[in-house]
Design a protein around this ligand. Structure first.
Ligand code: SAH
Ligand code: SF4
Length: 426
């Protein structure tokens, strides 16, 4: 089935020999090749994924000869490098990440405060709040200030020290995108190549390093909502999830993957043992409008996509999120809200309404605030959870659909750095 969609997929991937991205069995094989025992593989694993080193020489537990041999053979850690960063007034940071072959992608960091600012505004935060209650963490925040136990600063993560409770990292899965949604800036790039699983997970490691995040102490959410269509780079997407969950230590329940709707890949995703939450970019209330705004609808109709989504086994607290970009006068009227309700009525669904973020040369207009409010109200009154997603980092072109390589974005005033910011932790 999946080979049907391979026509979209570029074949080339990064030419470098990156250690970051190798799974434990692959590291074992590599050490065997270099004439070393399995424990060396575990040392490399620890250095790559727990210490998050950025250069081989920082893996000081390895004998110098082995480090040199690896480097001579062309190996490197291979983490994407932050070459440019822009910070928004709302705390969001957008990074330009350089990959080994010089291609670049964008990654976004969105810290969330205590007071209801919620990352991408997706369901992850709400479900986490419920989970917080179960874990007993929330009670700490409910205590009167006097009763609060004194904090041992050594035991809190970097986020809390900076006044945040959690952060969401938005990662890219491809250089550019082939899907050609008419409202999306990334589409204008076309597709250059797929990212490797190591490059996808490596964006996370690079951002964690930049912010000194301690996994286990800091609460990190991930959204696969950056550049590219993750389900058109399916195997590497799955590899990145495995790396992020098993090696980096971020549970899949805190990850959401967003797809424009690649039907065979959704069915395959339903069978995955490690499954992030799914968000489907519905973006229209019928096939006619969807075909105009997302030409990929010619290949898979809304009904087919919904049937595929229904094959996903949902956990007790799990919902499928439907993203709906509101385009002024195109899909934002009461009749559209009624159609959306009709489409989703038999599903455990929630809707994230996204006010369209404008971009140069894209021929849409933003919806009127009144229409957005009416749309949301109609869904909620019919019993459908519906949230308006707060745009983050719009001033630095970091919001949804605004990711396009920084160099082409006329926001020079807000670029704060042109240098790698991460410090090797090894
Ligand atoms: N390719 C995947 C994931 C990346 S796009 C997908 O399409 O789902 C992430 C989300 O941003 C999608 O829901 C998409 O519909 C939305 N989006 C794209 N361009 C946008 C724009 N200009 N304004 C608001 N949302 C946009
Ligand atoms: Fe690609 Fe998603 Fe943009 Fe569509 S919305 S062009 S699938 S990145």
């Amino acid at each position: 089935m999946l080979n049907k969609i391979n026509t979209f997929e570029p074949s080339s991937s990064s030419p470098s020999k990156a250690l970051f991205g190798l799974l434990p069995t692959e590291l074992n094989a590599l050490m065997e090749e270099f004439g070393h025992k399995g424990y060396r593989a575990r040392q490399i694993e620890e250095a790559l994924y727990n210490k998050r080193v950025t250069v081989i020489d920082a893996i000081t537990v390895l004998p110098g000869g082995l480090r040199e041999a690896l480097m001579e053979a062309g190996y490197e850690v291979g983490l994407p490098e932050i070459v440019q960063a822009a910070r928004s007034v709302d705390g969001t940071e957008r990074y330009l990440m350089r990959l080994a072959d010089g291609e670049t992608v964008e990654t976004v960091w969105m810290p969330d405060g205590d007071g209801g600012e919620r990352g991408d505004g997706s369901e992850a935060s709400l479900e986490e709040e419920a989970a917080d209650g179960l874990e007993g963490n929330a009670s700490e925040f409910n205590l009167e200030p006097k009763q609060q136990p004194r904090r041992d600063l050594r035991n809190i993560g970097a986020l809390e020290q900076n006044g945040y409770r959690r952060a969401t990292i938005c990662i890219s899965s491809q250089v550019g995108c082939a899907v050609n949604c008419q409202f999306c800036l990334t589409a204008k790039l076309g597709i250059k190549r797929n990212l490797t699983g190591g490059e996808i997970a490596g964006q996370v490691a690079a951002v964690l390093n930049r912010h000194g995040v301690k996994i286990g102490k800091d609460r990190i959410n991930l959204v696969f909502m950056g550049m590219g269509e993750p389900f058109l780079n399916y195997d590497e997407f799955v590899r990145s999830v495995e790396l992020l969950v098993k090696q980096i230590g971020i549970p899949e329940s805190r990850m959401t993957v967003s797809t424009s709707g690649i039907e065979p890949a959704i069915r395959r995703f339903a069978q995955e043992p490690l499954r992030p939450k799914l968000a489907l970019s519905l973006n229209a209330s019928n096939d006619e409008i969807r075909e105009q705004v997302m030409p990929i609808t010619r290949k898979w109709k809304i009904a087919e996509l919904l049937e595929a989504v229904k094959t996903i086994p949902l956990g007790k607290r799990e919902w499928v999120t439907f993203e709906y970009v509101l385009l002024g006068g195109v899909n934002d009227q009461p009749e559209h809200a009624r159609e959306v309700l009709e489409l989703l009525k038999s599903m455990r669904a929630k809707v994230n309404l996204i006010v369209w973020n404008p971009g140069p040369g894209i021929p849409y207009t933003q919806p009127k605030p009144k229409d957005v409010a009416i749309f949301q109200k109609m869904l909620i009154e019919a019993g459908m959870p519906a949230y308006i997603r707060r745009p983050r980092g719009r001033d630095i072109y970091a919001a949804c659909g605004q990711l396009k390589r920084t160099v082409e974005v006329p926001a020079a005033g807000s670029l704060i750095e042109i240098a790698p910011a991460a410090t090797p932790l090894g």
